[in-house]
Design a protein around this ligand. Structure first.
Ligand SMILES: [Zn+2]
Length: 114
């Protein structure tokens, strides 16, 4: 009888420990919680965030080029300029809308401005 109670207590402790591990979240480099049960999703979201930061940075470069030259640049004109174009983190590329200067990611991470 005593042994049975001990087994139940150990089983309950192991269950609590495993439950704690499975629901634990980690903290990413930017301080935001990362879902450790789905590392691929966390990685995708980090790549998307990095790309969207690039879209904003490139759009700033587009605006600076336009202020200096009186017209919108093409992506290759920007790449030939003094500031290096950021690389698309998923291996895609960036395109500049010749009508508006909006920057679009070929890997589907969006456009800036929307
Ligand atoms: Zn992208």
């Amino acid at each position: 009888m005593r042994r049975y109670i001990l087994v139940v207590i150990v089983a309950a402790a192991v269950t609590a420990l495993l439950g704690g591990c499975l629901t634990a979240t980690d903290v990413g480099p930017d301080g935001a919680p990362v879902d450790v049960t789905n590392p691929q999703k966390a990685k995708d979201s980090a790549v998307t965030s990095a790309c969207q930061a690039n879209l904003r940075a490139i759009y700033s470069m587009v605006q600076a080029y336009q202020a200096e030259n009186g017209r919108l640049p093409t992506a290759s004109e920007l790449a030939a300029g003094p500031d290096k174009l950021p690389e698309e983190p998923a291996g895609g590329s960036y395109a500049i809308d010749p009508a508006t200067g909006a920057v679009t990611c070929s890997a589907g991470h969006g456009r800036h401005p929307e």
